[in-house]
Design a protein. Structure first.
Length: 256
């Protein structure tokens, strides 16, 4: 599992400026309203990154706890919290070793954070932890990049991004046997003297089959309520790049 984002964190928000976090939060809220039966309003944003979705879910009215493994990401999330004044609690934790003080009505895990887990056993650890800290009938909503996206979109491709702050070269290497994509990022930032400073970061993402994900959900005490393609409310297609799962915890509070 990627543990740093030490450099990437500085540029994450500018490089993901195309993501409409308000719209994405409304999408998650629509799914929650479809299936939620618990009376509480506590929401865990697992792998919350720089807190953009946490902020939007808090604005909707949820009591948000954000968890991420990166100090750098959480530092930016805290800056946003201080600016907005929203009552969000942030914790620096590895989601494979989640340790909370209470139970959650809703857990979300967005923007392919599950794909950052290196093995199916790590995915199972996370699912078990979510079940352990879920209210009875609590919801678990998360997205995953598909095998199609890893094999055909990310693959061995190179992408470039340019913002007012940085120029980024993003180079992917696909390992077909494991459906893992190794990602190397080179950042070039103009300094005040007109020269460019160069820094780099690297991590990987692994795609898992729908069968594997769904088997683990069942094994860890979840009932699958919905399965949607590419941030819609429609079933996934063969060329969907992202699948969103909505599941209900029917075996909460138990170590499996």
């Amino acid at each position: 599992m990627m543990t740093g984002y030490s450099v990437f964190a500085r540029y994450y928000d500018s490089l993901t400026a195309n993501i409409d976090y308000h719209k994405r939060a409304e999408y998650f809220n629509d799914i929650i309203n479809r299936f939620k039966t618990t009376k509480g309003n506590i929401l865990l944003d697992l792998a919350c990154g720089t807190g953009s979705i946490s902020e939007e879910m808090a604005k909707i009215g949820y009591d948000v706890i954000g968890v991420d493994y990166s100090d750098e990401m959480l530092g930016i999330a805290l800056d946003k919290k201080f600016e907005s004044g929203l009552n969000i609690q942030y914790l620096c934790q590895d989601m494979r070793k989640l340790d909370l003080y209470g139970s959650m009505d809703v857990t979300i895990c967005a923007l392919d954070s599950i794909n950052h887990l290196n093995s199916i056993s790590d995915v199972k650890k996370v699912f078990k932890n979510v079940a352990l800290f879920s209210e009875p009938d609590g919801l678990f909503i998360f997205d995953v990049n598909t095998l199609f996206k890893h094999r055909n979109i990310l693959a061995n491709n190179t992408f470039t991004y340019e913002t007012d702050k940085v120029f980024c070269v993003w180079e992917n290497t696909l390992i077909p046997e494991t459906n893992e994509v190794k990602m190397n990022l080179e950042f070039f930032e103009m300094e005040e003297n007109g020269l460019y400073s160069r820094s780099s970061d690297s991590f990987s993402e692994k795609a898992y089959s729908e069968e594997a994900v769904e088997t683990l959900l069942n094994e860890c005490g979840f009932e699958i309520l919905g399965k949607f393609g590419d941030d819609t409310l429609l079933p996934p297609a063969c060329d969907s790049q992202r699948i969103v799962y909505a599941a209900r915890c029917v075996n909460s509070g138990q170590i499996l």
